[in-house]
Design a protein around this ligand. Structure first.
Ligand code: SAM
Length: 259
């Protein structure tokens, strides 16, 4: 799904703001003694900043390149266990009973209902599931260069949103509704908005971090280079200083069992 994306992911994905982690520590009561799972951890956007607040963070992802990039981002010893796995084989990972399970932009890749039912047996009675998306109130912030990227993406990759060797179709049932009709039916929604400054190279690199426009999707190195050159030129035309501001949003759904 993310073939070739891992180095771009580690370098260009913005991660999450400090206020998000501060709120999580408070809401989940993290004090360094908890067992936490970051499922679909990518290169560690949640696992790494959260690790100081937990006893162990199990950072699980099916993509070995993502895990390798994540490990590279951690200096020295750490309490993060990087494990290859996915939502379908959690039981085989021999995890301890968990205090919290976090999923940053990964819940949509899973069989959500089956996963939440599995998590019911893996999470402490008082524990929580946290689902994080790049949206806020059902709408994602749109980058001001989105039109430039979209037209080049159509030119190089076609009009349909790709995902691995197929295409992506968003599920009709919202994450909120899936959680609200699960054993973790007590769902609270929190949101954050912030801005990041990006230079043109970062905007180009970001495109190769997505499942729908990672390097493998282009089919050859030459086509990646051509896409990058065209996008770079279009961006410099619009932003002669070479820098632009991107608005970002995230929403976190914190789901617990009714007390
Ligand atoms: C968009 S990335 C999110 C990475 C990181 N959690 C973040 O917040 O930026 C989605 C990740 O989910 C992983 N993934 C895909 N299918 C999965 C599954 N069934 N179970 C767990 N992780 C999965 C992908 O390999 C990828 O690393």
């Amino acid at each position: 799904m993310f073939h070739g994306a891992a180095p771009y992911y580690a370098r260009y994905r913005p991660g999450y703001p400090p206020q998000f982690f501060a709120e999580l520590r408070k809401r989940l009561g993290l004090n360094g003694t908890q067992q936490v799972l970051d499922l679909g951890c990518g290169t560690g956007q949640i696992a790494i900043p959260l690790a100081p607040a937990a006893a162990t963070v199990f950072a699980v992802d099916p993509d070995l390149d993502m895990l390798d990039e994540g490990k590279r981002n951690v200096a020295g010893t750490s309490n993060i266990e990087w494990l290859r796995g996915d939502s379908n084989n959690l039981r085989s990972l021999n995890l301890p009973l968990l205090d919290a399970v976090l999923m940053g932009k990964s819940f949509h890749w899973t069989d959500r209902t089956a996963l939440v039912s599995d998590l019911d047996t893996l999470i402490q009675p008082y524990g929580a599931i946290v689902v994080v998306t790049g949206e806020l109130h059902a709408a994602a912030a749109v980058a001001p260069w989105d039109d430039l990227v979209a037209s080049l993406r159509v030119k190089y990759l076609g009009p349909r949103r790709r995902a691995g060797s197929g295409t992506y179709r968003r599920a009709e049932e919202t994450h909120f509704d899936v959680l609200a009709s699960s054993p973790f039916s007590n769902v609270e929604t929190l949101g954050w908005q912030w801005n990041v400054e990006r230079d043109v190279d970062a905007i180009v690199g970001l495109q190769f971090s997505y499942s729908y426009s990672n390097p493998a999707q282009f089919g050859s190195e030459e086509r990646c280079v051509a896409f990058a050159a065209e996008l770079r030129a279009a961006l410099l035309d619009r932003y002669p200083t070479g820098v632009a501001t991107e608005p970002l949003t995230i929403e976190a759904l914190i789901a617990t069992r009714p007390s």
